[in-house]
Design a protein around this ligand. Structure first.
Ligand code: NDP
Length: 457
């Protein structure tokens, strides 16, 4: 994919970029390795000062940054502003908590016949972050804030359709005072990731994106015995049981499905509703999906903007056509509007089942699938009948039922009576084909640390 800003609302190419040549790439890697040697010795207080200064800059520039994100990938402007605010919050969170998360932990010295025994957390070195366009700032910050606070240095290979956001982030940390080379953007195509992964100066990698990209990066890194964290797709269930507040579930369900124009790994994608409340939920949910305003993402009143790329829109169109062609029913939407830009109407389908592509694959657009079930067991079986395991939403007020779902759902996150979202305070990540490892919270910052056992006799 060419490295370019193409406005998804118009299809217009606004700016193209030449990828870095091999010489410049080599210089960047050398700078990262050299920077790490000095940076690892800085204390938490210095790092926190720089991180807070980066947070301040981003906060001051958030309107401009939000407009840039919307221009490059089409999310509604208010959601871009919210993303910028979340980045500020994430940076402040790690500035405040990194020292406590990585504090040396005493162990039971007597039990291991030592005078002293403890666990320390030390940085690993330059980490490559391969990031997607859907939350072009937040995905990067949720890697960069903990990584930098831990004393690692970062190299960003961002998605090719958000180069200006990538360059902004590459400069942000340097402008905030971090030493040169602590965080750099590599403007390269995905075909050149392998060379960077195999380079001895890069010690680990994290990827958020598709299964195919994750599998490729993990297998190359595995060959080099380098650690990876993968945050891949999801096809999150949204289960509604009879005791639920159906109106609240339907309203939240609409937001959970169409947030970010439907392009979120943790968007609710499969709505699994108990027979007793199916009709009531469906009526409200479809009404909510129909009422959404599709339009220019710069317009403050728009609920759903265009999909980020033409390929992404075409994929969604094909998945819907495949399901409809095999017997699924379209309750609303299902069509590509005749306007410029890569729009797709908010869509609800019933009758999706095995043999249809969307039963197995992630639908990265504003398309919901509705399923009717007769009890909790059937709901759990269907919720787990996917290769993915990122998030799940359950709506019930019955305490026993709640515990049963929490225990049985195969996912990295379970949200009860609310929509799956990420918080700096909570670990984030999946199981099964949604990836492995965790971001955020204490678990996230420790992923790229050497957990060093110290035994002193
Ligand atoms: P990709 O996985 O292709 O892109 C994500 C990042 O990985 C980009 O930086 C991309 O670079 C890079 N990349 C792609 N292929 C490779 C590779 N073989 N080796 C190394 N890096 C690679 O996602 P797409 O944008 O193509 O979206 C496709 C589907 O992926 C979506 O429809 C959705 O299902 C899923 N997805 C999930 C996301 C999530 O949040 N979990 C985010 C984005 C996508 P470049 O842009 O240069 O190709």
């Amino acid at each position: 994919m060419a490295i370019a800003t193409i406005n998804p609302a118009t299809g217009e190419t606004l700016k193209t970029f030449e990828p870095m040549d091999d010489h410049e790439l080599d210089e960047r890697l050398a700078l990262a390795a050299a920077a790490f040697e000095e940076y690892r010795a800085t204390g938490f207080a210095r790092r926190a000062e720089w991180m807070l200064s980066a947070a301040r800059l981003l906060d001051e520039e958030s309107e401009q940054l939000a407009r840039l994100m919307t221009t490059e990938m089409g999310k509604p402007l208010p959601q871009a502003r919210a993303e910028a605010a979340k980045c500020v919050q994430g940076m402040r969170f790690y500035a405040e908590h990194a020292e406590e998360f990585l504090a040396t932990e005493p162990a039971d010295a007597a039990a291991v016949k030592a005078r002293r025994a403890e666990v320390r957390y030390q940085p690993l070195g330059p980490v490559l972050a391969i990031m997607p366009w859907n939350f072009p700032c937040w995905q990067v910050i949720r890697f960069a804030a903990p990584a930098l606070m831990a004393g690692n240095v970062g190299l960003l290979k961002h998605a090719s359709n958000v180069p200006q956001t990538a360059l902004y982030l590459g400069e942000l940390f340097a402008r905030a005072g971090f030493p040169a080379g602590c965080f750099q953007t590599l403007l390269i195509e995905s075909g050149r990731v392998e060379g960077v992964l195999r380079d001895g100066r890069v010690v680990a990698a994290t990827l958020t994106g598709s299964e195919a990209a994750g599998a490729s990066v993990a297998s190359i890194a595995g060959g080099e015995v380098k650690k990876t964290v993968l945050e891949l797709g999801g096809s999150d269930p949204f289960v509604v049981m009879p005791s639920a507040d159906v109106a609240a579930a339907a309203e939240t369900g609409v937001t959970a499905r169409v947030q970010n124009n439907g392009q979120s790994c943790i968007a609710a994608k499969r709505f699994i509703v108990h027979d007793a409340v199916y009709d009531a939920f469906t009526e409200r949910f479809v009404e909510g999906m129909r009422a959404l305003r599709l339009g220019d993402p710069m317009d403050e009143t728009t609920d759903v903007g265009p999909l980020a790329t033409q390929r992404g829109r075409d994929d969604v169109e094909r998945l819907v056509a495949d399901a409809a062609g095999r017997g699924a029913h379209v309750l609303c939407g299902g069509v590509t509007p005749s306007r410029t830009g890569w729009y797709f109407e908010p869509t609800v389908l019933t009758g999706v089942g095995p043999g249809m592509r969307m039963f197995e694959e992630e639908v990265f657009g504003p398309v919901a699938q509705l399923y009717r079930v007769s009890d909790a067991g059937e709901a759990i079986a269907l919720a787990n009948a996917t290769g993915f395991g990122l998030g799940s939403n359950v709506w019930t007020t019955d305490p026993d039922e709640r515990e049963r779902f929490i225990g049985a759902l195969e996912s990295g996150l379970v949200f009860v009576n609310g929509m799956v979202t990420s918080y700096p305070e909570l670990p984030f990540g999946g199981v099964k084909r949604s990836g492995y490892g965790r971001e955020l919270s204490v678990q996230g910052i420790r992923e790229f640390c050497n957990v060093k056992t110290v035994w002193v006799g």
